[in-house]
Design a protein around this ligand. Sequence first.
Ligand SMILES: [Zn+2]
Length: 303
Amino acid sequence: MTAPATPSGPAPAAAPGPGPGPDAAEATPGLPRAEIGVIGGSGFYSFLTGAQRVSVDTPFGAPSDDLVVGRLGDRDVAFIARHGHDHRFPPHRVNYRANLWALRSLGVRQVVSPCAVGGLRPHLGPGTVVIPDQVVDRTWGREHTVYGEVGAVVHVGFADPYCPAGRAAAAAAATAMGANHQGSGTLVVVNGPRFSSRAESLWHQGQGWDIVGMTAMPEAAIARELAMCFTTVALVTDLDAGVEHGDGVTHSDVLAVFADNVPRFKALIADIVGRLPATEPDGTATCGCRRSLDGRTLPFPLP
Ligand SMILES: [Zn+2]
């Protein structure tokens, strides 16, 4: 839905693709290689050394922006600004498929995805970091799958949407930093760009869900469809309207809290990257995220 160029998937391979091949993860020829991807707000790449901008095209159209590839410690990292460097794309217009396909094209197999959320519980106030283990998708009208065409039908498991190794790394980093954090929780994703009504907030809260955001889906599902490890790290910027007793959340409130917390949050994300396990080769990967396509016949080969 981002552009007319995106309605169809990649051209089918001459023969059904075998899925991730037996070889180690490799970048598409001509592109720099990275093992870890970060999808976040602009500015994170100030942590990268030797950063270079890379333009990547995908079968789903252009990503939100050029990717920035560089070194972070001893890891090769690719960063992409989810909303574009000038924050052009509202949550429902982000080309999630292109962003993840582009990262995979560089060899990325582990993704860390920071985002801003509202807290649905009084103890999850502004500044709290939540590492969700579950997600509820209430978005609609978004291009939500890379397997959307008639042909080979691909269902991937999504019972546990987030990478256990990535979540463990995130929790360890948050603990080491002394960050006020919660190592699990359910993230409900709404379509936006408006915030929730009080009734919606109370409903979300009543379901036992913890935080609410606008970008985490279909991002997590598409990562799973591309057999990539994916970890969301959420920064609470407000108590959602139905939970707090004021006039409800405003965009300026969110921006102010976000600005206050961004330096520490960025440092946290950088520390998480350094704590991720070594990236396993495609053919012998043991993390379940990486085995999501085992036994499936794909309509096209993955990059
Ligand atoms: Zn994983």
